[in-house]
Ligand binder design. Structure first.
Ligand code: ZN
Length: 270
């Protein structure tokens, strides 16, 4: 059992997010996850979400949740659906986020190694824009997310520091202008590559991710009471330790492929 790979594919999220917003899925997206679709259908006031907020922390493997479960309590409090997923190969950032937001396998979306070209196939962002809705990405300018989804009619906010990214995301929640907001933080990935997956600095980074999700979800709960909002805590891939006290990912192994997303709904109350 230790070598078990999760059965639900990462590629099943994209179409479910589109269906949550009641818009057609991106052209090549695989079938949407039924439990995520049902969550939105049953927990929103009208059976669909008019806001989706995706928080994307980098490289938080499912085994971290299994080993440090209590650290994730704030994530669990804001969500109702934990979704164990199998990421895609190679389990590196642009390949995985490419699959998350196209719903397609790497050979279909075209990024099959650690490169950050603009994805040319249909994405969730294109589907949102076609439906007359507004999307925004808040991230590091050098990040995969900050590059592979460029050249769309949407808002891009790029900052070097985690704090500035968090601040802008909170500002966007305040402004309440975007139907889809994607926020990316690379801090855990950076520290675990440098110091190892369970070094103090890495666990601090993990706690920062959970803290910021708590801050975002609380702000949405308090400020978006006139919206049905789907929120997601959704990483790209996992990680494992290698020689020299460093961490890594990219391999076909449970530590790198098994991830667990958390989804929740804050329904309209006004
Ligand atoms: Zn990554």
């Amino acid at each position: 059992m230790a070598d078990q790979i999760n059965s639900l594919p990462l590629t099943s999220i994209c179409a479910a997010l589109a269906q949550a917003l009641a818009i057609p899925a991106p052209a090549q997206a695989e079938k949407g996850d039924r439990a995520l679709i049902d969550l939105v259908r049953h927990r929103t006031s009208e059976g669909r979400a008019d806001r989706v907020f995706m928080y994307n922390p980098d490289a938080i493997g499912m085994w971290l949740y299994q080993k440090y479960t209590r650290l994730f309590d704030p994530v669990v409090r804001h969500t109702q659906l934990p979704l164990p997923l199998c990421s895609v190969m190679p389990s590196v950032t642009p390949v995985c986020f490419g699959s998350l937001y196209t719903g397609a396998q790497p050979q279909v979306h075209g990024i099959r190694s650690y490169q950050k070209p603009v994805i040319r196939i249909d994405t969730l962002f294109d589907a949102v824009i076609r439906s007359g809705k507004k999307a925004a990405i808040v991230c590091d300018p050098e990040s995969s997310i900050g590059n592979i989804f460029l050249e769309r009619e949407m808002d891009y906010f790029a900052y070097k520091s985690m704090e500035d990214i968090t601040k802008k995301a909170l500002e966007l929640i305040d402004r309440d202008e975007h139907d889809l907001i994607v926020v990316y933080h690379k801090n855990y990935d950076s520290t675990m590559h440098k110091n190892g997956t369970e070094a103090e600095a890495s666990l601090t980074a993990l706690k920062e991710n959970i803290r910021d999700f708590d801050v975002f979800a609380s702000a949405i709960r308090d400020k978006w009471q006139h919206h049905d909002t789907l929120i997601g805590f959704a990483m790209d891939h996992g990680c494992h330790d290698i020689d020299g006290g460093c961490g890594s990912h990219g391999l076909d192994m449970p530590e790198d492929l098994n991830i667990i997303h958390f989804y929740g709904v804050y329904p309209k109350t006004k």
